[in-house]
Design a protein around this ligand. Structure first.
Ligand code: OOG
Ligand code: NI
Length: 312
């Protein structure tokens, strides 16, 4: 069972990664540059966002990953942005080297209760459209793989479509996008892009050449000329004291279809994480030696990588 789940996870992550790389130019640029430097490329986590609803909310996304053996690790609350998130860990043996363990997932959802009536109605207009959850079918398909393992690629394809094909609700109207954005950048982004990784995160603490996150950020800005997230006043969110330092690029725009036609909207970015060893542990690369949680104050600023940029 664990073997089957691990196989599916590895294939799924690869497909999600390829789709993300095909759509976001800076991903190729960063990956090529790191590989040219001869350094380790290892993904720490990927993140998804959703709107609440009986067939599309956090619970639905969580259950998809539970089928694959992922387990919820923690819960985080963002009062000002009015959203919450959970992190999930893969089923693998955590005493292995981090590069052998698939990325964690960070799933978040909007909590619309304290937004305006107009805003809440708009969210419901989209999420109430869905009449069925994908979970039962995915679970049945997964169970049938035990007797029909030859169907694994078909199952991975279904998962890949569900997790990278954008919103599960109908094509949004641009008017609704603009209305939601007045109250929440997160809601507006999620209405447009829905189910798709909004970032993958590269593990900087596992690299050989780049000794610190500051060092890596300089490489991204100066060598590659890629713009970075400065929310909170600096590039680095967090510190060694909280065992996690993070930075991120600014999301690249994509031309996306609305009911009224196409518009350019920020899509996805790349995050960089430097995890520090837990007290009493060494920097030995073993997954369990490092702090593997998230930090609410850091995450709060990382969310802003997809904000619509003010025109200069
Ligand atoms: C998630 C932002 C938080 C982290 O690593 O703390 C995050 C998002 O933008 O959806 O990724
Ligand atoms: Ni992240």
């Amino acid at each position: 069972m664990l073997k089957l789940q691990e196989k599916i996870i590895n294939k799924l992550i690869k497909q999600l990664w390829l789709n993300y790389k095909a759509k976001v130019q800076q991903v190729k640029k960063i990956e090529n540059a790191v590989r040219t430097e001869g350094d380790h490329w290892s993904e720490d986590h990927m993140a998804f966002r959703t709107l609440p609803g009986p067939h599309c909310g956090l619970e639905t996304l969580k259950q998809v990953f539970e089928i694959l053996g992922y387990n919820q690790a923690d819960e985080y609350h963002f009062k000002d942005k009015k959203l919450m998130a959970i992190s999930m860990n893969p089923p693998n043996n955590k005493e292995e080297h981090s590069t052998k363990i698939p990325p964690k997932v960070f799933l978040s959802v909007l909590e619309p209760e304290s937004f305006s009536q107009e805003f809440q109605k708009c969210i419901l207009k989209y999420t109430n459209d869905l009449s069925e959850s994908p979970i039962q079918k995915l679970r049945n398909e997964f169970n049938s793989l035990k007797t029909h393992p030859e169907n694994i690629d078909q199952f991975v394809q279904a998962l890949t479509l569900y997790l990278s094909n954008g919103p599960v609700w109908r094509t949004p109207s641009f008017k609704d996008y603009e209305m939601l954005r007045k109250e929440s950048e997160y809601a507006a982004w999620t209405l447009v892009y829905g189910n798709t990784p909004n970032h993958f995160t590269l593990s900087i603490h596992l690299m050989k050449k780049f000794k610190s996150l500051k060092n890596f950020n300089q490489f991204i800005q100066k060598e590659l000329g890629i713009a970075m997230n400065t929310s909170g006043g600096g590039l680095i969110k967090g510190s060694a004291e909280v065992h996690l330092e993070q930075s991120a690029t600014l999301a690249e725009e994509l031309l996306v279809p609305f009911q009224e036609g196409f518009h350019k909207i920020p899509y996805a970015f790349v995050e960089f994480a430097y995890r520090h060893p837990l007290i009493g542990k060494k920097k030995d690369g073993i997954w369990s030696s490092y702090y593997q949680g998230f930090v609410t104050d850091n995450a709060d600023k990382i969310f802003e990588s997809t904000n619509l940029r003010k025109q200069a």
